[in-house]
Design a binder for this molecule. Structure first.
Ligand code: CA
Length: 224
């Protein structure tokens, strides 16, 4: 909560009503009553989402969106005055994340705001690091000093688990359970084998020391 929403809407009564509801939900809200001010504020970097009316004085909502999209991927939900297919199509073509037709139920607007914020947040992929190594989980990509390291799925999963527990010593049994699963049938030395693969691809290949053996206990990954 606490995301900052810019509401660009010239119908002041509607704007006040929406502002009140959004604030009640815990959002911070600023109102702009014309397109020019709306564009200026949207560019300021101070907001997490824009609610943008289409029929606006000075600069239309469509024009605000077109100009904003040249420099920013800030989530924008268009407010269309009527159920006009043209408005929706051109709004989405111009890069709006969503649209809602007036009059709308506040619950529907809130649901669309949450969805737009969630989708936008999803672009930031989770990255784990140790020393000069970094793992981008969503992109399934591991690099050391920016150079990509090719890993098999099992090697990736093992490294991911070690990184998620950076600084903590994990026993072979714990690693087997988490990475291979409880129903694993085979040698417990699989962990040692895969640790060896990782060391050869990471520590030895780049002359660094990230993966450490704790004798009689297990393994730990540490920042160098
Ligand atoms: Ca209007």
């Amino acid at each position: 909560m606490g995301e900052r929403i810019l509401l660009v809407e010239d119908e002041e009564k509607l704007a006040r009503m929406v502002e009140m509801e959004l604030k009640y939900e815990g959002y911070r809200v600023e109102k702009a009553f014309d397109g020019r001010t709306g564009l200026e504020w949207a560019r300021s970097g101070e907001f997490d989402l824009v609610l943008l009316d289409i029929m606006l004085p000075q600069l239309s909502g469509m024009e605000v969106l077109r100009r904003l999209r040249k420099e920013s991927q800030l989530p924008v939900i268009m407010l269309t005055a009527r159920d006009s297919v043209m408005d929706k199509v051109s709004g989405l073509d111009s890069g709006a994340d969503d649209y809602i037709t007036k009059p709308f139920a506040i619950e529907e607007l809130l649901a669309r705001i949450r969805a737009a914020l969630r989708n936008h947040g999803g672009h930031d992929s989770q990255v784990l690091t140790a020393g000069e190594l970094s793992m981008d989980i969503d992109r399934h990509r591991v690099t050391v000093r920016g150079q990509e390291v090719e890993l098999t799925k099992k090697e990736f999963d093992l490294l991911c688990h070690l990184l998620e527990n950076k600084g903590r010593v994990l026993t072979r049994e714990a690693l087997l359970d988490s990475v291979w699963g409880f129903d694993f049938v085979g040698e417990t030395n699989s962990v040692d084998v895969y640790i060896r693969f990782l060391r050869s691809k990471i520590d030895e290949a780049f002359g660094i020391k990230l993966i450490h053996t704790v004798r009689g206990v297990g393994y730990v990954i540490k920042d160098e």
